[in-house]
Design a protein around this ligand. Structure first.
Ligand code: PRP
Length: 187
């Protein structure tokens, strides 16, 4: 199943350049710590930091749940925590995609208890149609339709992360693609 190109690599590059310029302008003289939400955001983070014109540190967090049930139940669990304390830092959460918003909501609530100086969100993709909890990105790359997207770090059952572009899997909305895949696996 070859994904249809939704956002070509050249457009991603231009948008990451724009985001890096905005972040470099807004965080000049601050104490910036980029927090990458594993695994999907790792490709975006790697490109973004190489274009920043200001000092920053990087750190990682990962959230999991029981299989993919988090998508419907909202249950989340921290499986990897920061190495450095966020206290007094200007935290920028780096996400590949904001979908239901549950991952970011959970991480914001967790980080806010640890007294950072500020917390903002940078999301490469924003799928507003998927939103279940109110979360807004402060920096957004692309607003995308309700499709199951892969590539540039994003996966479908761990496949496609290495694609240099953002692709959409055939079969309609994200929910429909998952339903069809589930039916096929039960046959
Ligand atoms: C994806 C993505 C975001 C999250 C967004 O991660 O990387 O972190 O889902 O979805 P939400 O807004 O509905 O919470 P996933 O759970 O697929 O893990 P992965 O990044 O390790 O693939």
């Amino acid at each position: 199943m070859k994904p249809k190109v939704l956002i070509p690599a050249a457009r991603i590059r231009r948008t990451v350049d724009r985001l890096a310029r905005e972040i470099s302008r807004d965080y000049r003289g601050k104490n910036l710590a980029l927090v990458c939400v594993l695994k999907g955001s790792v490709v975006f983070l790697a490109d973004l930091i190489r274009r920043l014109e200001i000092p920053c540190s990087i750190d990682f967090m990962a959230v999991s749940s029981y299989g993919k049930s988090r998508k419907s139940s909202g249950v989340a669990r921290l499986v990897l925590d920061l190495r450095e304390s966020p206290e007094g830092r200007d935290i920028l959460l780096v996400e590949d995609i904001l979908d239901t918003g549950r991952t970011v909501r959970y991480l914001l609530e967790n980080l806010e208890t640890r007294r950072p100086r500020s917390i903002k969100i940078c999301a490469l993709l924003d799928k507003a149609a998927g939103r279940k909890v109110p979360v807004r990105a402060d920096y957004t790359g692309f607003r995308i339709p309700d499709r199951f997207v892969v590539g540039y770090g994003l996966d479908y059952a761990e496949r496609y992360r290495q694609l240099p572009y953002i692709g959409a899997l055939k079969g309609g909305s994200a929910a429909k693609v998952l339903r069809t895949a589930r039916r096929k696996s039960e046959k």
